[in-house]
Design a protein around this ligand. Structure first.
Ligand code: C5P
Length: 289
């Protein structure tokens, strides 16, 4: 096999809750995660000289070991004992620093691609294990779908798929620092939390509006006070007919879930007049490995 093309899907947090701070400084999480059709495209091929070379269409993305795709390739080769390198070309569509797991999804796509190129000896759990040492969202991104993620994000339980819907995603110009938001959150002082148990029940009964009414992200309460774009975007999405709207991950992207295509298209059109990064997407099913 010469070269393979792998799609790296964005993730959204239907819910995000922080339960406690762990002794190592990380946090215990409880999140309902969803992959969506918005994706980066990676072309991956093996090299015999052991080098890992990255090219990308986004000029400011690092192409050395700071890029998680490069670290994922190195980890794959060291975990499997395969002495090879690879070329990775990344076409970015997922906004960066958006809370949409773009880098993590690229890393996970590299793991899947290298596994296929070297004969597919590793199963999903083994790939997730390699991913967990690279970043908290990578285990989810290995197979994606609709998943309950607990622990630091590595304890995954597959869920009933999100009912069919149309999703509008809008990333305002500013970005939020993930470590900074984590350092601001005090899990004992959180006033509002998502109704995760209710979301799980609504997923089982295919109740899209029930899910949307219960979505919440506890990081919305500790955002720096300056950027009120988050609440403006949420308001605009709801005014256009979204069943619910919420920030994803540590932001700054916000998404709204719509039952019909027309109102989603209207929301996209309206937000595109003010924001550069606005996307229409739909839920993406789990990847079979
Ligand atoms: O694991 P990852 O590199 O994606 O995490 C980025 C940062 O997010 C960490 O340095 C940490 O500050 C924070 N984090 C956390 N608890 C988690 C996941 C991430 O505190 N469960």
């Amino acid at each position: 096999m010469g070269e393979i093309t792998e799609l790296a899907y964005a993730k959204l947090n239907i819910s995000l809750d922080v339960l406690s701070k762990l002794p190592d400084g990380y946090h215990e999480m409880c999140m309902v995660m969803q992959s969506v059709s918005l994706c980066d495209t990676l072309r991956v091929s093996l090299r015999t000289d052991g080098a890992v070379r990255i090219t990308t269409d986004l000029c400011y993305l690092p192409c050395d070991e700071r890029n998680i795709a490069a670290r994922a390739a190195r980890s794959f080769f060291s975990a499997t004992g395969i002495s090879a390198g690879c070329d990775i070309d990344i076409k970015k569509k997922i906004p960066v620093c958006a809370g949409m797991g773009g880098g993590s999804s690229d890393g996970a796509a590299v793991l899947r691609a290298l596994n296929t190129l070297t004969g597919g000896t590793l199963n999903q759990a083994a790939l997730e294990g390699i991913g967990s040492s690279l970043g908290s969202d990578i285990p989810f991104c290995v197979a994606g779908g609709t998943v309950l993620a607990e622990g630091k994000g590595e304890r995954l339980t597959g869920l009933q798929r999100l009912p069919d819907c149309h999703i509008v995603i809008c990333k305002p110009r500013f970005s939020v620092s993930t470590p900074e938001l984590f350092s601001k959150i005090d899990s004992r002082a959180i006033k509002y939390r998502p109704d995760t148990a209710g979301i799980l029940r609504c997923l089982q009964s295919n109740d899209l509006s029930g899910i949307c009414q219960r979505m919440y992200n506890v990081f919305e309460d500790v955002l720096p006070s300056k950027p009120n774009d988050i609440s403006l975007i949420k308001r605009a999405l709801l005014d256009c007919g979204a069943l619910g709207a919420v920030m994803t991950g540590t932001g700054s992207a916000v998404f709204g879930i719509f039952p019909d295509e027309d109102s989603a298209a209207c929301a996209r059109c309206l937000l595109s007049g003010k924001y550069e990064e606005v996307f229409l997407a739909h839920p993406q099913p789990k990847i079979i490995i």
